[in-house]
Design a protein around this ligand. Structure first.
Ligand code: BJW
Ligand code: ZN
Length: 243
């Protein structure tokens, strides 16, 4: 049994949290790499990449429409709520970087939030620079088109091989940089540590002098970079950790 003693959250501590699919698993949203990691026999890379979209945009829209439909009926779990409470407690000494696109952290109340891989309920145009917009619509038949330029619309998601928004990365880097001279805790939860640049944040934080803590069901790829590893469900461990 892992040590569940609470994190020392003394005055001045800063916390950078990184979450992955495991944190939403207890809300009923499937993870990417547990099980066989396939969706209807397609590899994730084939439906979540620019090449996949160019090859078969209707398949990609079907994948994201099913995900929109499923996520719309899910609610935050105690792991999400614990992170929202931690933000309420620490204010600007807290930042949450999530790889999840389901919007559940915002639904739980987190506002100091960077959605590194985009958002499931946001769409953008693949042809013009019209700003991304909130969109809950489902597309199982026709591929949606931009009203302004006629090009295909696409989910506002960071696919494999695409770069993350530089402003999002800068916000995370600035938070780490501003933590110099303070106690910094890097807390990762529910992520397999294989997708970069998120998987590299633990090393960046260590170089900045952070204590590194991991909450995960099983040891992920980058487990050795963590000072403290708590194996367990985030919905049970996170509330205990901030107790
Ligand atoms: C629980 C639990 C419970 C279960 N409680 N735990 C450096 C080295 C090698 C490769 C690269 C590199 N830098 C960049 C790359 C290329 C690539 C990459 O990382 N590839 C690797 C796979 C090798 N990265 C990119 O392409 C990124 N772009 C980029 O870096 O641009 C510059 C560049 C381009 C090209 C080359 C080089 C540089 C973009 C990555 C975007 C990823 N997008 C996806 C899909 C879209 C989102 C969507 O449709 O929803 O995002 S991939 C998919 O994986 C998704 C996730 O956000 C992401 C991470 O997965 P996550 O969250 O870790 O989930 P799982 O399922 O893997 O793990 C869940 C974990 O939870 C498990 O460990 C469970 O045990 C645990 N768990 N229940 C606690 N209750
Ligand atoms: Zn357009």
């Amino acid at each position: 049994m892992s040590d569940l003693s609470p994190l020392r959250l003394d005055d001045g501590v800063r916390v950078l949290a990184l979450t992955g699919a495991g944190v939403s698993a207890e809300s009923g949203i499937p993870t990417f790499r547990d099980g066989n990691g396939l969706w209807e026999s397609h590899r994730v890379e084939d439906v979540a990449s620019p090449e996949g979209f160019a090859r078969d945009p209707s398949l990609v829209w079907r994948f994201y429409s099913l995900r929109r439909e499923a996520a719309a009926s899910c609610a935050p779990n105690p792991g999400h709520r614990a992170l929202a409470e931690l933000e309420a407690r620490l204010g600007e000494r807290f930042l949450l970087a999530t790889q999840n696109v389901d919007g559940l952290h915002r639904a739980a109340g987190n506002e100091r939030l960077v959605e590194m891989h985009g958002n499931l309920f946001t769409t953008r145009c693949s042809g013009c620079d019209r700003p991304p917009f909130r969109d809950e619509s489902l597309h199982f038949d026709a591929i949606p088109r931009c009203e302004r330029c006629g090009a295909m619309l696409r989910p506002h998601i960071v696919w494999f091989g695409e770069t993350l928004d530089p402003a999002d990365l800068a916000r995370i880097e600035d938070f780490i940089h501003e933590s110099r001279g303070h106690r910094l805790v890097f807390l990762a939860a529910g992520t397999s540590g294989v997708v970069y640049p998120a998987a590299g944040l633990v090393e960046v934080c260590k170089r900045a002098g952070a204590e590194t803590v991991l909450v995960n069901l099983e040891a992920p790829a980058n487990v050795r970079a963590f000072d403290r590893v708590i194996e367990g469900r985030s919905g049970a461990v996170l509330p205990a950790l901030f107790g």
